[in-house]
Design a protein around this ligand. Structure first.
Ligand SMILES: Cc1cc2nc3c(=O)[nH]c(=O)nc-3n(C[C@H](O)[C@H](O)[C@H](O)COP(=O)(O)OP(=O)(O)OC[C@H]3O[C@@H](n4cnc5c(N)ncnc54)[C@H](O)[C@@H]3O)c2cc1C
Length: 451
């Protein structure tokens, strides 16, 4: 079966069909926004329609939604609806090995919070709203296999059949292992770096108690930091939490060492004794849930002439430790749409400008996300770290526009990532210089008193 665009008049360029590869978070948000603006869109997704699966068929996997993602959802008119299904996370609760806990607010007031949302629910909502536009078509079970740039042709595999299309232009939103990126960059002077984390992750569910209430504080992200491993949990509306265990793939106490249910039980008891009584179905869940891998990618070029452009994980996958993958993917979409509105007929310039404005910042996010891995599993255990966080919050309250903690800039503002990182470095220098000056003054005073 071959779809063709030959019947489309070249006089009505805006009605030429745009192809979006991938109906994940970025692809479905872009499909909705472009449809709202009157574009004709075809979305090609390798999986079957996720909405056809029963609500209980998949696990509930939650993500932290913050300002950048909220801005993009507001631009398609869905923010309020999404927030109705979210659980507010006002801060994080750190669980220490001795069972004690410490709470750390995410910001200085109720505007500076994160929202825990169900990824599948959000994806389905975006697809439902997109489908209301008559010029939008969703093609499930269509896996992109190749893209011929010279012929401007895409080839899909659809349940054993080959489907070819020649869209006006293409958006690659097909995730971290993007086929569109590989095809688009083939034969070009393009750079691509991919780094695997030596740790994998496994998602588990911490069920609500028999009374339907959460067994740990609901309105917070929970972290069980251990130098060797880490649990993080996001709350769900039904009182359960989605737990993610991060653990090395290899070596002592790694995924590789866990051969039997007893091995799993020993590992969890050793590092997370306070979680053991809360996880009666641990072993049964363990077998059902796969181990996932995490990658960081950096690449250029993000586009090809006026024909193809990449968004989201397809051009910058990051580790999830700053909770910014989806948020930054949505910010890509927001920026691409804004640039397109400025120059709707000059796609090559739009695509180049988008990459020029954006790549520097997503590269910075990749670094910040790596650094936050160390923060989440090690630094949060240190009293110095908490003292520094308190000082940051205090200075932010005293000088709200002059002093912004790094976390505030990343999660609660849309200050570009690289600018936020630079500003945080300057603030660090001020604190370091200030502390050094105070120590010097104390030293001089002591010497003067003694002499
Ligand atoms: C453990 C974990 C926790 C995370 N937590 C957070 C968080 O708290 N906050 C946050 O902002 N982000 C978080 N993220 C990151 C977030 O999930 C991703 O950044 C986000 O899903 C990227 O969206 P995307 O649309 O670019 O890619 P994806 O969501 O991966 O979507 C890509 C789509 O393309 C389809 N596709 C792939 N190949 C093809 C092909 N050849 N043809 C057709 N279709 C194809 C796929 O099936 C998929 O539907 C987390 C990630 C992980 C792994």
């Amino acid at each position: 079966m071959t779809y063709s665009t030959n019947n489309i008049s070249t006089e009505h360029i805006e009605k030429k069909r745009i192809a979006i590869i991938g109906a994940g978070l970025a692809g479905s948000l872009l499909a909705l926004k472009l449809s709202q603006q009157g574009y004709a869109v075809d979305v090609y997704e390798r999986r079957s329609d996720p909405r056809a699966l029963s609500a209980h068929a998949g696990r509930s996997i939650n993500l932290g939604l913050s300002k950048r993602g909220m801005q993009a959802l507001a631009s398609v008119g869905l923010l309020e609806e999404v927030l109705k299904t979210a659980v507010v996370m006002r801060g994080r609760v750190i669980h220490f090995p001795d069972g004690s806990t410490k709470y750390q607010a995410y910001g200085k007031n109720d505007n500076e919070v994160l929202h825990s949302i169900d990824r599948n629910e959000l994806n389905n909502l975006l697809l439902d709203h997109s489908e209301q536009y008559k010029d939008l078509k969703l093609h499930f079970n269509h896996k992109l296999v190749s893209a011929e740039k010279t012929k401007r042709l895409l080839e899909f595999s659809n349940e054993g059949r080959v489907v070819t299309v020649t869209p006006a232009w293409v958006i690659g939103a097909d995730g971290a292992f993007s086929t569109m990126r590989k095809e688009m960059q083939y034969g070009e002077r393009a750079d691509y770096q991919q780094e695997y984390l030596e740790w994998g992750y496994k998602e588990l569910t911490l069920e609500a108690g028999s009374d339907g209430q959460s067994v740990i504080e609901l309105s917070a992200l929970h972290v069980w930091p251990r130098n060797h491993c880490l649990f993080v949990s996001h709350p769900n509306l039904d009182g359960s939490h989605t737990l993610t265990l991060f653990l090395p793939f290899k070596g002592a106490d790694s995924f590789q060492c866990l051969h039997t249910p007893a091995d799993v039980r020993v590992l969890i008891d050793k590092y997370f004794p306070d979680l053991t009584p809360l996880l009666p179905s641990l072993l049964e869940q363990w077998d059902r849930h796969p181990v996932g891998a995490l990658i960081t990618t950096r690449t250029n070029q993000w586009s090809f002439e006026d024909w193809a452009v990449l968004v989201g994980d397809a051009c910058h996958a990051v580790y999830p430790f700053f909770g910014q993958g989806m948020n930054s993917a949505f910010e890509d979409c927001y920026m691409l749409i804004a640039l397109l509105a400025e120059r709707p007929t000059d796609l090559a310039t739009v695509f180049k400008t988008y990459e020029e404005k954006r790549r520097l910042h997503t590269d910075a996010l990749a670094e910040l996300s790596k650094q936050n891995f160390t923060e989440l599993r090690q630094k949060v255990q240190s009293p110095w770290f908490h003292a520094r966080k308190k000082l940051d919050v205090l200075l932010n309250k005293l000088f709200p526009s002059a002093w912004l903690p790094l976390y505030t800039m990343i999660a609660h503002t849309t200050i570009p990532y690289a600018e936020a990182r630079e500003r945080a470095r300057r603030q660090d220098n001020v604190i370091n210089f200030g502390s050094a000056a105070i120590f010097c003054l104390i030293g001089i005073s002591v010497v003067m008193l003694l002499s």
